[in-house]
Design a protein around this ligand. Structure first.
Ligand code: TMP
Length: 211
């Protein structure tokens, strides 16, 4: 049986995360890996209810940044224990559509909450279950924003933040990668989807027990 692998994808809205996750999943499955994709917030029944509160519920309009941080952490604590740990033990390749670095960057850097508190709460939620590898899809925030607007759909509570918020998100991710260069890799997401996928595949196959 293959060893389990925990990969998280990060990046601002509009960076092409969903496309890259779908391409990677297909290629891993073709290579014989058992793959599960989980999203955050969400990924469990309880987590999906928390997601609704965070993104679309009308009660969310008055949500404080502190509450937002704790709700993301609550969804994560459930996901780690209900899904991630059992799947890793079963040898699954897990692809996470966002994980703890989203909280560091969105609630810590962009919302401006204490980075020390965010670190402690993240640590409590994951209880040592860190990704083996994290890929940040990096793109200039104006291009990423225009891609979101092109979809024509209604923006959720966080997507409706001003451009300056997403500038901070981008810089926050670049800083996380500088602080943890072993785990966190930056991918230039401005290339074609195929070229971005090839860069990702090279990084994955260089990991000793990924494929
Ligand atoms: P998405 O995964 O569909 O992009 O939606 C998740 C949204 O929630 C996105 O705007 C980023 C935000 N988010 C945080 O602010 N903190 C977190 O910890 C996570 C997981 C997501």
């Amino acid at each position: 049986m293959s060893a389990g692998f925990l990969l998280s994808f990060e990046g601002s809205e509009g960076c092409g995360k969903s496309t890259q996750i779908a391409l990677l999943r297909a290629r891993l499955e073709a290579a014989g890996r058992s793959v599960v994709v989980l999203r955050e917030p969400g990924g469990t029944e309880l987590g999906e209810s928390i997601r609704h509160l965070l993104q679309h519920a009308k009660e969310g309009a008055s949500m404080t940044s502190e509450t937002e941080l704790l709700l993301f952490a609550a969804s994560r604590a459930q996901l780690v224990r209900e899904k991630i740990r059992p799947l890793l033990e079963a040898g699954t390749f897990i692809i996470l559509d966002r994980f703890l670095d989203s909280t560091t960057v969105y609630q810590g850097v962009a919302r401006g909450l204490s980075l020390e508190s965010v670190r402690a709460i993240n640590h409590f939620a994951i209880g040592g279950t860190l990704p083996h590898l994290t890929l940040v899809l990096d793109m200039d925030s104006a291009t990423a924003r225009s891609r979101i607007h092109q979809t024509g759909r209604e923006l959720d509570r966080i997507e409706s933040q001003p451009q300056a918020f997403f500038e901070k998100v981008r810089q926050g991710y670049l800083d996380v990668a500088l602080q943890e260069p072993g785990r966190v890799k930056i991918i230039d997401a401005s290339a074609t989807p195929e070229a971005v996928h090839e860069s990702i595949w090279q990084i994955i196959t260089a990991q000793s027990h990924a494929v």
